[in-house]
Design a protein around this ligand. Structure first.
Ligand code: UDP
Length: 472
């Protein structure tokens, strides 16, 4: 009887839609292809309306449960997002152990997944007796390589990343200027830095690491990580895992007005502007961006959020809804002057549908990894405007290494913004190369996910360990 119950996996989702969406998609893929059931375990602190609606829209094979709230009131009021998520995760171990023990009794729980800040939760999986532990890394192979090397870099590298005279050279990766390294690593005395070094060491306790990237995108890093290395779990590139459902949040939601607007625009004529689920700009940059878009003479669809100086930089992370009307912060007369060329959408747009729309010709993106994968999977070339977290090092990889984006210079003047946008939309030199590269990557991304493709084969290899299936 035991063998007839479907294998069940539990996944701990650290806060942010950018973490929830790929894990939910991974669960869907495991359910559809391998007959696996999944329970997504969320933090009480992230019970936003957006998240609840998203969880409710998942297929029946995927359930969710929320862990009880934990007291974080002893942490400093300016605690970073990395510190908050890591602390919350570590403090949730007892509650998670109970939840996993219950799942061990009620389901055939075969595997536990943690995501990037969740490695401490492996303790709960061990305590509950879950047979296998996996790390789902929602970033790319470059980001994983950096984190895996941190314990060693922490000892070998004196001083701060930003003071390095030479870029950081990691095996199989494009050299990364120190200032562009993952933002929580920029101050070695900070709790975020110590947490990331700690995670880097604990990632090695996983039975395997699954990465949301694809080998054709990062061929050199894939070669390095594809070689077995003592003390390092095998690494599987199983991406791009992006959201595949048509509806943005709930299945019965009406079609967004911005898609109707896109229907009325010529093919590949619109630049889509968005900074992820949590990103917002300082007022001054928001103004330059507005004027730069206007100057570019291109059509645009911009997901506008209230500027970051109006609240904590990461405030939107825990709640995707902006608090005030973000359009009130735009330059005087901008809305009126651009009303024929541009559409402004406050706070949130159905991004994958926008990227899939034939009118979309370019994505001005913060380089959050999910957004980048969605852009590549839909063949949309990018203008890179990184803000925080791993976005700067992603921007380096995309513009210097892969050649799938043009990066806006750090000075962020309106002329520079307009030039980058024009180059990617219609430029004959760099722009043409970027557009051609993205077309190649789109093809590779799609093929990898088909029967016989690299990503499908990688996930099969992992899942066959629990299902006992041996594909030919
Ligand atoms: N997203 C969306 N609409 C928005 C903003 C974001 O659907 O207006 C989705 C986007 O498609 C992606 C995720 O939210 O799947 C953002 O993840 P990413 O890793 O790009 O950035 P983060 O939010 O973690 O900074």
């Amino acid at each position: 009887a035991e063998a007839r119950r479907p294998p069940h996996v539990a996944m701990l989702v650290t806060p942010g839609m950018g973490h929830l969406i790929p894990l939910a998609e991974l669960a869907k893929r495991l359910a559809a292809r391998h007959g696996v059931e999944a329970t997504l375990i969320t933090f009480a602190s992230t019970a936003s309306a957006t998240q609840r609606a998203f969880l409710a829209s998942l297929p029946p094979a995927i359930s969710s449960l929320s862990l009880p709230p934990v007291d974080l009131s002893d942490l400093p009021p300016d605690a970073s997002i990395e510190m908050l998520m890591s602390e919350e995760c570590a403090r949730l171990v007892p509650a998670l152990t109970e939840a996993l023990s219950r799942l061990m009794e009620t389901t055939r729980l075969v595997a536990y997944f943690a995501d990037l800040f969740g490695a401490d939760s492996f303790d709960a999986a061990v305590a509950a007796g879950v047979p296998r532990r996996y790390l789902f890394f929602p970033g790319n192979l470059q980001g994983l390589t950096l984190i895996l090397h941190l314990p060693e870099l922490d000892v070998s590298m004196p001083g701060e990343f930003r003071d390095l005279a030479e870029p950081v050279r990691l095996p199989g990766c494009v050299p990364i200027p120190g200032v562009d390294i993952l933002s929580p690593l920029q101050d070695k005395s900070s709790p975020s830095y110590r947490w990331m070094v700690h995670h880097g060491a604990r990632y090695r306790e996983a039975h395997a690491i699954l990465v949301n990237s694809f080998d054709v995108l990062e061929p050199d890093a894939a070669r390095v990580l594809g070689r077995p290395e003592p003390g390092r779990p095998p690494v599987y590139s199983i991406g791009p895992i992006i959201r595949t459902d048509a509806a943005p949040v709930a299945t019965d939601a009406p079609r967004a007005a911005c898609l109707d607007w896109l229907d009325r625009q010529p093919p590949k004529s619109v630049i889509f502007v968005s900074f992820g689920s949590g990103g917002s700009l300082p007022t001054e940059q928001m103004h330059e961006l507005a004027l730069g878009l206007e100057l570019s003479g291109q059509r645009f669809l911009w997901v506008v959020r209230s500027p970051s100086d109006e609240g904590a930089v990461n405030a939107n992370y825990y709640d995707a809804e902006s608090k005030k009307d973000p359009l009130a912060y735009l330059p005087a007369g901008f809305v009126e002057r651009t009303k024929d060329a541009g559409l402004l959408v406050p706070s949130w747009a159905p991004q994958t549908e926008v990227l899939a729309h034939e009118a979309t010709g370019c994505f001005l993106v913060h380089c959050g990894w999910n957004s980048v994968l969605e852009s590549l999977a839909h063949g949309v070339p990018m203008v890179a405007w990184p803000l925080f977290a791993e976005q700067r090092q992603n921007a380096v990889m995309l513009s210097e290494g892969v050649g799938a984006a043009v990066r806006v210079p750090a000075t962020k003047r309106k002329e520079e913004i307009a030039a980058a946008v024009r180059e990617v939309m219609a430029g004959q030199a760099k722009g043409a190369e970027v557009r051609a590269k993205v077309a190649t990557l789109q093809k590779a991304a799609i093929e990898g996910l088909l029967e016989g493709g690299a990503a499908t084969a990688a996930l099969d290899e992992v899942a066959n360990k629990w299902t006992g299936a041996e594909h030919a």
